[in-house]
Structure formats: C-alpha cells, structure tokens
Design a protein around this ligand. Structure first.
Ligand SMILES: [Fe+2]
Ligand SMILES: [Fe+2]
Length: 255
C-alpha cells in the first residue's frame, strides 16, 4: 500500500482506480506524476492523511482489474489505445466545443464576459493540441514502435543507431506541450468556477461546460498514459538497445 513517499505515478500504475481520488482532490497525477504523494498534496493544499484514507478505501473496495493495466501491455498496444481513444476523442471534442462556444457566445456573451476569455484560451489550446497530436502520430509514436520491434529482433535497431540523438529531446518537448496544455485547461477551470454553469444558464451553456469538464478529464488521463507509462518505457527500451549495441561492438572479431 502507498505511503506519503510513494510516487503518484506508481500509485496510479498499481491501481488505476485511484485516479478518481486524485481528481476529487485536484491533485495533478499526470504532469506531476513523478512527485511523491506528500509533495503533490502540499502543492494541491490538501491533507495527505485524508488522501491516504481515500486511497485505502478505493484499493480495498474497487477491484484493480476494472481499469486497464498498462504495465503489461506492449508499447504498440498503448499507442493504439492513445490514438484510437484519446486522440480521436480530442479531435471530436475540439470541434464540438468550438461549435458550442460560438453558439453560446453569440447569444450570451454580454451577460457572461468570461466566455470571451475561455474562447481565446480554448482557441490557442486546440491549435497547439492538434499540432501536438500530429507530431506524436507522424514522428514519435512510429519511432517508439520501431524501437519495440528492434528490441524483439523484428527489425534492425535503426532507432538506436550510432550518431542518432535518441528520443529524449523529442519526449521532453512533448512533455513541455503537456504542461502548457494542462496550464491552459486549469485556467479554463478557474474562469468557469470549476465548470459550474451560472444558475440562469440555458441548455447549450450547460452542455458546453459539461464538454469542457470532460475535455479536462480526458486530457489528464491521456497525459498520464504518455508521461508516466509510455515515455518512461520507451526511454528505457532505447537505453537497453544502446547498451546492447555498445556491448556487441566491443566483441572481439573472430577469424
Ligand atoms: Fe497523445
Ligand atoms: Fe501527448
């Protein structure tokens, strides 16, 4: 069981149902998954003992098999899930939220001036996110799949070839993009009072806030899967391939 020094990402990896607890307490389990529980609680200004109690409840009452255990999946399977679940959802949600924002702004912007600020941030967030998804799908993800194939001997280890810079810098840029997206979503949450529609809000306004809340929830899960599961495993694989190559280059030539 977790204690105050356990890393957030290890708690989620061991028991994915704990994501619900972190979401309830506003604890960042995706961009800051490398923090200990105590540090993350301090940042979120919540009582670590209270969080530990809730985590223990979840671990004892919710079977861990209910959520997928990514530690046992191949990197190709994880990438497939990210693209077909998170990337496809993100593209659909961006279209729906853009439509909702223009509809609600056209009717109610004078009554709710925060809508203009939300639209401006969402516009930037959606442009940067669409570019980010394309970078992952056309560059980083295929290279990670090649690394995995090379580690199984299914293709030459081109991705770990001498002189190649490796994926550290690309992954660092992707993680910086995640931080920026997380900050923009947090600002939208603040501007909307935690996605609470005003008492007089109509159906379109309420739907828009529900869609924005769902977008944040999905983004956190998506970033967690990349930052805390896929990227560390890809870097570890790359390191092992480079070691393997260096060891084989040291072998004396025979004959
Ligand atoms: Fe992604
Ligand atoms: Fe990403």
């Amino acid at each position: 069981m977790a204690d105050t020094e356990t890393l957030i990402r290890d708690i989620v990896a061991a028991h994915p149902g704990t994501i619900e607890v972190f979401e309830q307490f506003g604890i960042d389990y995706c961009c800051h998954g490398a923090l200990s529980l105590a540090e993350a609680c301090r940042l979120a200004d919540v009582d670590v003992n209270l969080v530990l109690e809730r985590l223990a409840e979840i671990v004892t009452t919710v079977p861990s098999e209910e959520a997928p255990h990514w530690e046992r999946a191949s990197l190709r399977q994880i990438i497939g899930f990210i693209i077909h679940h998170h990337h496809e959802y993100t593209r659909r949600a961006i279209q729906a939220i853009r439509r909702g924002l223009s509809e609600v702004r056209a009717e109610h912007e004078s009554a709710y001036p925060e809508l203009a600020a939300v639209a401006s941030i969402f516009n930037r967030l959606s442009q940067e996110t669409l570019f980010h998804l394309a970078k992952e799908e056309s560059g980083l993800f295929p290279r990670i799949e090649q690394l995995e194939m090379a580690s199984r001997g299914e293709r030459p280890a081109a991705a770990a070839a001498p002189g190649r810079a490796g994926e550290h810098s690309t992954i660092r840029v992707m993680m910086e993009d995640h931080d920026a997206a997380g900050a923009m979503v947090a600002e939208i949450r603040r501007l909307t009072g935690g996605y609470a529609p005003p008492a007089q809000a109509g159906a379109a306004h309420r739907r828009l806030y529900r869609e924005l809340a769902e977008f944040e929830r999905d983004l956190h899960r998506h970033v967690h899967l990349e930052n805390n599961v896929l990227f560390p495993r890809a870097l570890e694989l790359e390191r092992k391939l480079a070691e393997h190559r260096a060891a084989s280059e040291r072998l004396p030539l025979v004959g």
